[in-house]
Design a protein around this ligand. Sequence first.
Ligand SMILES: [Zn+2]
Length: 794
Amino acid sequence: MLAVGLVFLCYCSLRAQDQDYPIQPKPFSEVQIQDNFWAPRIKTNHEVTIPIAIAQSEETGRIDNFKIAAGRQEGSFCSIYPFDDSDIFKIIEAASYSLQTFPDPKLEAQVDSLIDYMAAAQEEDGYLYTNRTIGGKLHPWAGNERWELVHELSHELYNVGHMYEAAAAHYQATGKRNLLDIAIKNADLLVEEFGPEGIRNYPGHEEVEIGLVRLYRVTKDERYLKLAQFFLDIRGQEGVGNPKKYDQSHKPVIEQREAVGHAVRGAYLWTGMADIAAITGNKDYMKAIDAIWHDIVDTKYYINGGIGATGSGEAFGDAYELPNMSAYCETCAGVGNAKWNHRMFLMTGDSKFIDVLERTMYNNIMDGVSLSGDRFFYPNPLASYGQHERQAWFGCACCPPNVARFLPEMPGYIYAQREGSIYVNLYVSSATSFNLPEGELRLQQESEFPWEGNVHIRVKNDNPMSAEIRLRVPGYVQNQPVPSDLYEYTSAENGPFTVQVNGAKMHYTIDKQGYIAINRSWTDGDTIEIDFPMEVQVVKAHPKVEADAGRIAFERGPILYCAEWADNPDEKVLSLIVDPKQDFNLEKTDKLGGIYQIKGKARQASRMLDGSITVSGEQDLQLIPYHLWNNRGPGEMTVWMATNQEVVTPEPAPTIARRAKVSSSKEAKSIIALNDQMLPEHSNDHSIAYHHWWPNKDQEEWVAFDFDRKEAVSKVKIYWFDDGPNGGCRIPASWKVQYKKGKKWKPVKNQSPYTATKDAWDEVNFKPVKTEALRVLVQLPKEYAAGLYEVVIE
Ligand SMILES: [Zn+2]
């Protein structure tokens, strides 16, 4: 129980002496959860995700890097990126949390041996960055000298930010100083080197600010706090670094009002600003992050709780730019957004921040990991042809360890306290206790959230005591899915609900901060019962969100739904048209670990050979919770369902290309794009699927179409993908068509020239051939790859 004591002491001493968040979270280590949703996932995280994260790090050289830097092993830097060190720090942070819930000597010993390598790898003066410490050829991002490219991509400060977080977590969990001492020595070096009198530069990827504040909270060393603030304030100053929106260094942070650039970087920056604002009372920081929060929630927030619309720069898009199939919604950005919103709540006590936290964690973050705990999404799209699939690991492996550290900490988001006020923010079966002036007040919460809306809270205490219990009323209960007009419910309003104290209905009001406050003297055995409505809700997006025009989504409580291939006729869902005015039913089922699914009717749209669209009769429609899609293999999925023919993606017409079996010189799921009859608006349209050969260049590639019978063909039309000037694909250097004769490929006799055009169709007519297969040979440009959206064969 040492761990619990330490955590408690830490918060207490802070409150006694220092300014910090006016509301204190109830740490996860003091909350025992017993529900059927989170508890099993947190257990799987411990039993599966954390062990495989360690195993994957062994396999991919991430751990060897530390061993080599420590001189325990021969070799050179053996993973891909200089930020790979950060994954190990995040895994230690995750393990430290998880060990507090699941004592596990084997895992603790593994963590200790990792820390042992780190201690030996740390340079004399505290520097730790395996890519440089190992010596030999440096990664081009590292820079020739220490800190030289710190504002670009070296990630020297990013890495150690994660180390400080891990060190604070490990110390609080185990009471051991082994990692804490490494972190302190490293932070002391930063204090010496950076600052108004030293190196005036900022990290290209924010994170060190959060880490330094955590180190400050543990050590009380104010130099760390000052350095964190320095890193924030130097950002965007004239003549410093390389100002750009990508990493939010385009202007001083206190002048920023919009969410721009890399979404994970942004979320970590704003989290760090909230921390410093809490401790120093800096109002300018709050003003900036409040405006940025509104910019996101008003115009850049996905219904699945994700942020970051575009894979290009892993970044925020423009206002209302929220494409579905190409949505980025990186899992890390979800974790960052959840942490930031939790801090905004701790600062203000406003439940709207918990609305965002709750939506993001139930949908975006939980989508990031499979039910089995060993497969991960990096981007979390809202529609798929089947080209998306969770992966066992990634070259850039930031996301899996981020989920691994989020999950064990999740119970820490349920409750909070501000002096005599107790916040019940999330409805999750759990038990905890609070220290009040008159003694200890224990709460036992029972609920079937997120599947049912009834909540039962029992008070346990030794002597009667007065306290205010603040019950959060989620936005969705008040018919407001998000705290803005970005989304709205179109279905029947959630009716009024009841709150009972000791069995007697109480007259309540919901205060401005979104809570029902019950202020009374509590006696052992007192009960509170709430019965939140849990209607199936039909959602529509703000008319400015083009991607969702004419479409609806479905929610119930905090859970977003989607239609997935496995539950629907012919495994098709993108071509379905749904009448929003019908009655939708709910069914409890054992599938996917036990869920409630939504049932209704839909009709399927198909394109005919003449281009017209026909719509089938009614068929059954089944929807599952969005975060559980892709647990039964890849296939079609959509969150936003078409309500009419104008916006639906019809089943493609049975053309020659459609009926053909498509293959490519590069095996990839994206070849389904080639005959899906989804046509781009231009050559850099990321809203639909495309197939590409990146990172290959200056070589020949091909796509082939094997027909189901001999076809007479005389024309091929192609639309090329070209994501210049920033991307790696251009229209090809040249291309040609071949047909199969016997077992051989023969060139067709073209009667018009082969052209390669950006933003338009290229068409070649050739002397008719009767053949079983056609092939398109593509010569890649000297310095670039190529790609294509669609091939039409006539
Ligand atoms: Zn990530």
